[in-house]
Design a protein around this ligand. Sequence first.
Ligand SMILES: *[C@@H]1O[C@H](CO)[C@@H](O)[C@H](O)[C@H]1NC(C)=O
Ligand SMILES: *[C@@H]1O[C@H](CO)[C@@H](O)[C@H](O)[C@H]1NC(C)=O
Ligand SMILES: *[C@@H]1O[C@H](CO)[C@@H](O)[C@H](O)[C@H]1NC(C)=O
Ligand SMILES: *[C@@H]1O[C@H](CO)[C@@H](O)[C@H](O)[C@H]1NC(C)=O
Ligand SMILES: *[C@@H]1O[C@H](CO)[C@@H](O)[C@H](O)[C@H]1NC(C)=O
Ligand SMILES: *[C@@H]1O[C@H](CO)[C@@H](O)[C@H](O)[C@H]1NC(C)=O
Ligand SMILES: *[C@@H]1O[C@H](CO)[C@@H](O)[C@H](O)[C@H]1NC(C)=O
Length: 828
Amino acid sequence: MDEFRKHSSPFLLVYFLLIRALFSTATDTISTSARIRDGQTLVSANGEFELGFFNLANSTNRYVGIWYSNITLPTYVWVANRESPLTDRSGVITVTAPGLLAILNRTNGTVWSSAFTPATTPAPNPTARLLDSGNLIVKDADDDTFLWQSFDYPCDTLLAGIRLGWNYVTNVETYISSWKSNDDPAKGEYSSHVDPTGYPQMVLKKGEAVQYRIGPWNGLRWSGAPDTSNDPTYSVSLQLTPDEVRYTEGVVGDSVLSRSRLNPTGQGERSTWNDRTSTWTTYTNMPADNCDSYGLCGPHGSCNVGTSPSCGCLDRFVPRDPKSWGRTDWSDGCVRRIALSCGGDKFLKYSGIKLPDARNTTNNVERRSLAECQVDCSRNCSCVAYAQLNISGDGSGCLFYHGDLIDIRTLASAGQDLYIRMAAAEPGDVASTSSNGGNSGRTRTIVAASITSVVAIIFVCLILVYVYGRRRKSDPSMNQEAVGLFSATNANEAELPFFSLPTVLKATDNFSNKNKLGEGGFGPVYRGELEDGHEIAVKRLSKTSRQGVNELRNEVMLIAKLQHRNLVRTLGFCAEGEEYMLIYEYMPNHSLDLMLFDHEKSSLLDWQKRFNIINGIAKGLLYLHQDSRLRIIHRDLKASNILLDADMIPKISDFGLARSFGGNQTEAQTRRVVGTYGYMSPEYAIDGLFSVKSDVFSFGVLVLEIVSGKRNRGFLLKDHNLNLLGHAWRLYLEDSSRKLLDPCLEEAFDFGQVERAIHVGLLCVQNSPDDRPSMSSVVFMLGNEVALPQAKQPGFFTERDISIDHSSSSSNPTVTHNELTITWTQGR
Ligand SMILES: *[C@@H]1O[C@H](CO)[C@@H](O)[C@H](O)[C@H]1NC(C)=O
Ligand SMILES: *[C@@H]1O[C@H](CO)[C@@H](O)[C@H](O)[C@H]1NC(C)=O
Ligand SMILES: *[C@@H]1O[C@H](CO)[C@@H](O)[C@H](O)[C@H]1NC(C)=O
Ligand SMILES: *[C@@H]1O[C@H](CO)[C@@H](O)[C@H](O)[C@H]1NC(C)=O
Ligand SMILES: *[C@@H]1O[C@H](CO)[C@@H](O)[C@H](O)[C@H]1NC(C)=O
Ligand SMILES: *[C@@H]1O[C@H](CO)[C@@H](O)[C@H](O)[C@H]1NC(C)=O
Ligand SMILES: *[C@@H]1O[C@H](CO)[C@@H](O)[C@H](O)[C@H]1NC(C)=O
């Protein structure tokens, strides 16, 4: 009955009442006799979507678009006149025969109009309607055929029901294109397409250049697409007919409001709406990591985020140009050790990978087994590899590769098999995926084989550390490096403001003892107050710490470029004479460990605060792993590195050991295993393999500590000799997880949430890095009541670990309250 929603002026109210009195159409429809003016909206029948005029922050341009009607944060899913904004509020939306939807300006000039293809039958009585799906359609009042629909012209948001791909009959493509910026919905640089060349794939392009690719379609999903098996809100499907190729992605059920969007910086994001915080929570990013950069490792290279450097040649392949490969320039890729002769060649199986770019493939969609695919491929010398085309059910069809195999990565789960043609002289019949990819398997074997050997290795390494550390302390090159650290170029590069020494001395009262906050890894930290009253924290490098110089430099270079609500903010640095300092925002509630593990203070952290802290840390870490321009592994996540601001919002700090995993890291640095015992994942402690998954492990330990109020290290119960992880695991198996909860928490709380947090914590500390979820899944699982996978046994969960630790700490006089930072050089 309601014709329009009224927004602003009394005049509009009168107009609205008048219109309502004159006509009786539904709220979601415009007809030829009614126009929509700026200020009025249409609302879909289910109340979910709204169409009307809007403008974006800092701009007076008016646009016509569709947004979610029910949520507080304006979120536009479609914009009609994205390229041709109105400059004032005089616009109107009209529908005219033969079926055109148009936006007119003050002088009735057409600013934008829907396309009308000559093939469409003219509609004498056209109407436009906003459907429950968010689709705006034009049709004749007496005919159900759509003359036009907004779903054929999506902008940056992929709603359920939009069909991406090609109509071969009309030769028209439907694709997603980013906004220019958050202030400007005009078509930006990035676009996302279903590319049917060879066999359908999904490609994300910047201009014409492919940035990211998933696919080919394997009957179930895009090969190498983010694992959605623990994301019950999405289903994906592809229709392939001679007339069209169409991909749809959709929300299952109405329980969560969920959307998929290509943002102006070229990230595909899937997020869900969180009513409590009134924000969108992103839980999948595409591309997700460095290995998603298209063709990073060149032809026949394979990317593995778990190794450093991340590129390796496929097994039985060698770098084409070893020199540039050694300089981590991987673009030339790799070649076969033994060249093909096309006679008596054989095929080797490579498992657990994202299939290479399928633009240069042919296929056979008939029911064919792998053996038949091999026969077909071996008959044609240009066929260099084959794979099962459709892995759904028993598998069917063949995909034949011609030319170079490019854009391969190893996948923790949901990887596929590829059979690559090899010279007959190559031994064996199964290949491991890449020459750098064998490490994680080896780690597992070692862990399983003997914990005793682990103990021995760690012990030997600790001795090495001690000896090495002593030798290095007197290294005269330190001052040289320290000077280099804060040279003008470095400082400019870091874009950090400079604080003069007198300013810092004054603020900290000459580094007076009463202002000392604590002792960090390589020097004391002081509280200070600037003249304008701002409080600061000053990390002062102790004069004997050579390692400190490196770590401080690392921190300066990394953290200056990072900005997130859950990361501590660096305000500047100071370097004068022999003094080197970093200046941070001051955190009145200090670090999490001081509160959490303190008998009296821990009761101040009620459950809701703890859960918020867990969520905050998860988001900060997700930002480091995925969203920041640099992709960063923190490597030393622990309770003492989580600072709390006045509102108990957690901030991750101490980036001295953090590593950016962009392409230009040097191998020497990766050989040094650093971190804190009790938070280190097995594969990192033993093999020095660090990856996002080692941070996930540390995060899991932290979650269990936050829930229980107990330290993982030093945790002892009389009735068994498990550490905190082991204890949590046992309670989980006994289905009594909630007993883990800190006894000082008394009031009633949400046990479902407590158990979910513990469950997620246990998933994060699983022994195998492949089993651990990514931080995006963690954020998703914490925020949504979805079913969680069964957790497997944690890594390092027996009391033996604790006993090594005590023995080692007695040999190291610098240990403070049960925490020891281990540093050693890995002998490789
Ligand atoms: C809109 O919000 C109201 C109140 O929160 C809720 O009852 C209603 O179901 C929501 N409608 C839709 C379509 O989400
Ligand atoms: C709008 O302008 C203000 C001041 O120039 C700026 O701080 C803010 O970030 C801008 N908002 C957006 C969305 O760009
Ligand atoms: C624009 O069109 C409307 C409806 O046809 C008419 O009432 C109005 O006078 C026109 N305005 C101008 C400036 O032509
Ligand atoms: C209205 O739109 C027409 C066509 O785009 C344009 O020529 C005219 O200048 C516009 N008038 C105003 C007042 O913006
Ligand atoms: C893949 O195989 C399944 C089961 O055999 C079949 O239902 C499906 O249509 C196939 N998909 C494609 C794209 O060939
Ligand atoms: C081998 O495959 C290529 C690519 O499909 C094709 O062009 C060529 O004709 C085939 N050769 C033979 C001998 O079948
Ligand atoms: C596809 O493979 C053929 C055969 O090796 C090669 O000649 C051609 O350049 C490749 N095309 C692309 C686009 O990679």
